[in-house]
Ligand binder design. Structure first.
Ligand code: DGL
Length: 257
């Protein structure tokens, strides 16, 4: 059983990618919608919430956990690994390495949340992969809330994306890394507003990492019938199910964690 959690529906963008590579695995997904957004919270609070999320996923027999949230990964994954030394834990961070490989202008943009952009983890990544680049960092908590409401198009998101596109263009970035798992759901709007820019998200890399970890732990992907997904949330399951159904394009029926 693979457990996946995020502050809300954003981690579904990661779940979608992992399921593409592991269609026969069973998953339990937890959206901590009673506490979304995480991105503006204090590190200690994000650590407590992440700890509680892992506890819930363990109750559902997860034997691998995907922290499908950049903010939680950035501030909590080290603590989680100390607290659960036997549990394989895979996290998600902005793909700075790939962004650095792909930029031709040596200018990239990272769209994320405050918690991620101010974290030690992110500073280390930047030092490792983007030392020679100029990096425009934008925290966009309002995008998280729009995706939580299932507002993926329409005038509010469009004008906000346009404003960001103007900043990215003025800066001269030719690669944009989506450093929040909610943002891949806005990809059509982002790509339309920034047609000259390469847009990267971390989902496929996380999915490959999950396969590597399963292989290393000799829990090779099972074959046979299609796997199942149990959807849980800490907030209103009706609202979660409605939005998740829209985001994934398949019927989601969540229950309260
Ligand atoms: N989806 C989360 C991330 O990847 C954060 C959104 C939030 O709760 O602020 O960072």
């Amino acid at each position: 059983m693979i457990g996946v959690f995020d502050s809300g529906v954003g981690g579904l963008s990661v779940l979608r990618e992992v399921r593409k590579l592991l269609p026969h695995e069973d998953f339990v997904y937890l959206g901590d919608t009673a506490n979304v957004p995480y991105g503006g919270r204090k590190d200690e609070h994000i650590r407590q919430l992440s700890e509680a999320a892992v506890q819930t996923l363990l109750r559902y027999h997860s034997d691998l956990v995907v922290v499908a949230c950049n903010a939680a990964t950035s501030v909590a994954i080290n603590q989680l690994r100390l607290d659960y030394p036997k549990l394989p834990i895979v996290g998600v961070v902005p793909v700075l390495k790939t962004a650095a490989e792909q930029t031709k202008t040596n200018k990239i943009a990272v769209l994320a949340t405050v918690a991620t952009l101010t974290s030690r983890t992110y500073a280390d990544l930047k030092e490792q992969f983007a030392r020679d680049l100029q990096v425009l960092e934008l925290a966009l908590p309002e995008w998280v809330l729009l995706v939580e409401r299932g507002e993926l198009d329409g005038s509010t998101i469009r004008s906000s994306v346009m404003q960001v596109a103007e900043q990215v263009e003025a800066f001269g970035a030719d690669v944009v890394a989506l450093g929040c798992t909610h943002f891949p759901f806005l990809r059509p709007e982002i790509e339309q507003a920034m047609p000259m820019v390469v847009v990267l998200d971390s989902g496929p890399a996380v999915a490959r990492q999950v396969v590597r970890v399963l292989t290393a732990n000799q829990k090779l992907p099972v074959q046979g019938q299609a796997g199942s997904v149990t959807y849980l949330c800490s907030g209103d399951p009706v609202a979660f199910s409605r939005v998740a159904t829209r985001l994934l394009g398949e019927t989601v029926s969540a229950r309260k964690a």
